[in-house]
Design a protein around this ligand. Sequence first.
Ligand code: 0L1
Ligand code: MG
Length: 260
Amino acid sequence: MERHQAIARFLYDAEAEGREVVRITKDQFPEMTVDDAYQIQRELIKLKLDQGRKIIGLKMGLTSQAKMNQMNVHEPIYGYLLDDMLVDDGGQLAIGPLIHPRAEAEIAFILGEDIAGPGVSAAQVMAATKYVLPALEIIDSRYENFNFTLPDVIADNASSSRLVLGSTLTPPDAQELDLAGTTLWINGELKELGAGAAVLGHPANAIAQLANMLARSGEKLKAGQVILSGAITGAISIKEGDFVQVKISGLGEVSVNVTK
Ligand code: 0L1
Ligand code: MG
């Protein structure tokens, strides 16, 4: 327990100081398990809540089959989204405090009802969803060169950093999210493209799986929360001066200006 708290503090300080660190499993805790990692993540979130931050939702990560194969894992990972991660649509994203940020195109869900696992299906998720919207997730691993093992990245709150939500809220009925064409642009240049099906066949599958994973620790998804279903495209490095834009067919656009 004390060890988990000390590692959470180590990651908290690295983020607060915008300083990259060596992954935990290299020297500090080579035998760290996925279970240890989620306990460290919980301690990290507690430190942030103690600073007055609020949980606004959760994110799923590693939701593409390609990324899971690459890391040799059979299920995605999750992390928490906090109020201080939100950046306005069309607003300014200050990357001064970040280490090596990357942008991902995602579909966000805003829940109208609680969803408690186990046994949650994608159909239940769609029925409990109030709105779907385009989102830009900015990830920023605290580890040197984005180099980590699965437990490392879980402990680091799944590389969560910032979040930009689109301004158009679309009710989910009749939205074929698996077919939703998605493009990621930087300074007007197309960088990545994909479709919603890149996320476990359908983004609602990722939310269902999240609810089922949370049930193991007696947690559930709550009405009003924002849930990021996972990257549809690859993650692209961003730098000061970039204008980053995501367009998703049927859902609209979201953008941000990257500043110092
Ligand atoms: O949101 C994500 O898919 C990122 C999860 C963590 C993996 C990474 O940092 O690339
Ligand atoms: Mg993501």
